[in-house]
Write a protein of this length. Structure first.
Length: 288
């Protein structure tokens, strides 16, 4: 449903969306479980000069929209996702006037609710609509392009041919076969602690880097030790005392960026590349 203006959005949330929910209930159809607004910030773009009056009115409009969304989510058990925009963080330097030692400076406090800081450069952008909207939401998630690329299939092909000297640099120029590594950061949430994870978007869908590395670890184990795995999964013919299974290596995880003794990130992404190639080969064999 298109709502190009603020009054149309309020009308849709107040009347039309509730009528839709009622209609689906009367027809015994599946209920709505997710409401997505893309994107709220666009309704507040204006060529007019920003004044105190316009900021006050914007705050009132945001509070009204928030009340409607909270009411819908509470009454009908619907998850609400509101897409926001980001703005550049401008360093204005030290304050020109004298400040009390106990004063809270907005640009210093905004890092707790408006921007992420899990990787270098992530804190250069912050969420729009400022503190007013930040006080209305239960969780804030920021998705970032990291400018890290992985030539997944080409590198996996080299590994499969036994090229032990092949390696992937931490940053590569984008190409047709490169996959962009993205970053998802939970800035704050009412149900979880702040956290971050790398993920990729492919034709197969969305997957975190940890999941793919874990799958790669299992694939490598199955290739190197097929007989042992068969013995572990086989049912013994007779009960035997002291029967034990051989402990498998732990799954590989994403290296800690702040740890000096962590694993090499290139090695982890190399395993990621091999996993994607193996998954593609498995898919081809099924289709054929």
């Amino acid at each position: 449903m298109a709502t190009p203006t603020l009054p149309m959005l309020i009308l849709a949330l107040t009347v039309k969306f509730r009528d839709l929910i009622k209609q689906l209930r009367e027809q015994n159809q599946r209920p709505v479980k997710l409401l997505v607004i893309d994107a709220l910030t666009e309704l507040f773009h204006s060529d007019k000069r920003t004044t105190t009056n316009t900021l006050v009115q914007r705050s009132k409009d945001l509070a009204q929209i928030s009340a409607l969304l909270h009411s819908i989510a509470s009454e009908h058990q619907i998850a609400v996702l509101v897409l926001n925009e980001v703005v550049d963080v401008v360093d204005q330097g030290p304050s020109a006037g004298p400040a009390d030692q106990n004063d809270l400076i907005y640009r210093e406090q905004a890092r707790w609710f408006n921007r992420a800081d899990s990787i270098p450069g992530e804190d250069r952008k912050e969420a729009g609509l400022a503190l007013v909207w930040a006080n209305q939401v239960n969780a804030r998630i920021m998705c970032t392009r990291t400018n890290r690329y992985r030539n997944l299939y080409d590198f996996a092909d080299k590994r499969s041919r036994g090229d032990a000297s092949a390696s992937v640099s931490h940053r590569e120029p984008a190409s047709d076969s490169s996959t962009l590594i993205r970053r998802l950061s939970v800035i704050f949430s009412s149900v979880s602690s702040p956290a971050s994870v790398d993920y990729i978007v492919t034709a197969a869908g969305i997957a975190t880097v940890d999941e793919i590395v874990s799958m790669s670890s299992n694939i490598c184990i199955s290739k190197k030790r097929p007989a042992v795995l068969m013995e572990e999964t086989a049912v013994p013919e007779a009960p035997s005392q002291g029967l034990t299974t051989q402990e498998l290596p732990e799954e590989l995880g994403e290296p800690d960026a702040q740890s000096d003794g962590g694993a090499n990130s290139d090695d982890l992404y190399a395993e990621l590349d091999l996993a994607l190639l193996d998954a593609a080969d498995a898919e081809d064999s099924v289709l054929s």
